[in-house]
Ligand binder design. Structure first.
Ligand code: S3P
Length: 177
């Protein structure tokens, strides 16, 4: 079984970052199974903390309130002793403190794909209020502000434009050897 070591010889979390639709949840849960680790999805943690859905938080309190809960949830996941696979929701990289925490506590893998490849994959998801009625345009705008941040925080970049989730898991396993 692969174990990922930090310089201090402590196994690290694997943190998946990338835009909505990149496959963080699907790939993350399969990778976690492969590594026999817990899987943590930051959106699920946010919904547990707030006892509301992502959409409800956006609609009642706004994006800033959502981002604050998201940062707390991410910090808690990263602080856990047991090494996990963590899917960090698309907007987590916007906060420099989140980015630093990811780098400090995990090996960060950016699942990279152009917005036009992601748009067909995000339709109908209720936890993504920022996509509005025109996901392709929304994703393009987000990619412009975020792409360099995903690259900045990443230890590894995996192209997920094509390929099945299991192919992506295989690639991540190879990268971590
Ligand atoms: C967001 C991504 C979503 C969710 C929310 C905002 C973003 O998570 O947190 O809709 O700003 O990119 P996923 O990346 O898991 O879809």
């Amino acid at each position: 079984m692969a174990t990922f070591k930090a310089s201090g010889d402590r196994p690290r979390h694997v943190v998946l970052v990338g835009m909505m639709g990149a496959g963080k949840t699907t790939v993350g849960s399969r990778l976690a199974r492969r590594l026999d680790r817990p899987f943590v999805d930051s959106d699920v943690q946010v919904e547990r903390r707030a006892a509301r859905t992502v959409r409800q938080i956006f609609e009642t309190e706004g994006e800033a309130a959502f981002r604050a809960i998201e940062s707390e949830a991410l910090a808690e996941a990263l602080a856990a002793e047991e090494p996990a696979v963590i899917a960090a929701a698309g907007g987590t990289v916007l906060d420099p403190v989140n980015r630093q925490r990811m780098k400090d506590c995990g090996t960060v893998v950016f699942l990279e794909a152009p917005p036009e490849a992601l748009a067909p994959r995000v339709g109908g998801d209720d936890h993504r209020p920022l996509l509005g009625t025109d996901p392709a345009t929304a994703l393009r705008a987000m990619d412009e502000t975020r792409h360099h941040l995903y690259r900045e925080v990443a230890d590894h970049i995996v192209d997920v434009t094509t390929g099945s989730p299991d192919d992506v898991v295989d690639q991540i396993m190879e990268l971590m050897k």
